[in-house]
Design a binder for this molecule. Structure first.
Ligand code: BTN
Length: 250
């Protein structure tokens, strides 16, 4: 299948992980751009070493592509991809108010329906795989956080075509790092919990404060009660307001 952008799609009924397949293909010299799409994954991978439940009916796809030598700060792709998912939802389900939870989860009413796993899978040329899992038809059970699904009776092909379109536009805006200021601005207005209480788990350490925004390097800026600022580069964040909202509705 070829998408309207011209990007080809390689479909697998069942595979371990589309991100793992992207890595294998990159090792064989594949430079993309290409989408790898799976009907189901037997070893779907998520952030922070977690798994990603991948039963039929949802979207499991990885976009493998190359960057030029001028590309800086590849980790910024997390924000680019989350914006593309947000655009996709705004376009396909305009009534829904999706929010991006740092760095790249996309949520509906406080529950996650999309996760993004960007990985560098090859060098010379630099190759990146952006793995996207979007719950369309159903949300898995037993997750350590609230989850939901996009619903709307959308076909996987329709969601992939919209995602591909918006990812192409957002990658162009990012301009391999040159446009990060504008990506950062767009990400910030769609972010969950800006100006609210946040807890960041960084390894075994826990820091609490107010979410003050996204630093120029993509770190989450957390202002501690004493006024000092901590830049969180990796880890998991939770928002008190979201937790309260969740407890009320459960
Ligand atoms: C997260 O934990 O938030 C990231 C989840 C990413 C899941 C997608 S599904 C397609 C691709 N293949 C994988 O094994 N993981 C990503």
């Amino acid at each position: 299948m070829i998408l309207p952008t011209g990007h080809p799609v390689r479909h697998f009924d069942r595979i371990d992980s589309t991100n793992s397949e992207a890595r294998r293909l990159a090792e064989l010299g594949e430079c993309g751009p290409i989408w790898l799409l799976a009907g189901e994954q037997t070893d779907g991978r998520g952030r922070l070493g977690r798994g990603w439940v991948s039963e039929p009916g949802n979207l499991y796809a990885t976009f493998l592509f190359s960057l030029s030598e001028k590309a800086t700060a590849v980790h910024q792709i997390s924000f680019v991809a989350a914006l593309a998912v947000h655009d996709t939802v705004a376009n396909l389900r305009p009534g829904l108010d999706a929010r991006i939870k740092w760095p790249n989860d996309v949520l509906l009413a406080g529950a996650k329906f999309c996760g993004v796993l960007p990985e560098v899978v090859g060098m010379a040329p630099l190759r990146v795989a952006i793995g996207c899992g979007i719950n369309i038809a159903h949300a898995p059970s037993g997750t350590p956080y609230p989850v939901t699904a996009l619903g709307g009776n959308l076909g996987v092909d329709v969601v992939l075509a919209a995602l591909d379109h918006h990812l192409k536009l957002r990658l162009r805006q990012w301009d391999e790092g040159g446009g990060f200021a504008s990506i950062r601005g767009d990400w910030s207005v769609r972010a969950l919990g800006m100006g609210e209480s946040v807890t960041a788990k960084i390894g075994h350490e826990q820091r609490e404060g107010i979410f003050r925004g996204l630093a120029v390097d993509g770190a989450l800026i957390l202002q501690e009660p004493g006024g000092g600022q901590v830049h969180v580069h990796a880890g998991e964040v939770t928002f008190a307001q979201l937790e309260q909202q969740r407890q009320k509705s459960s």
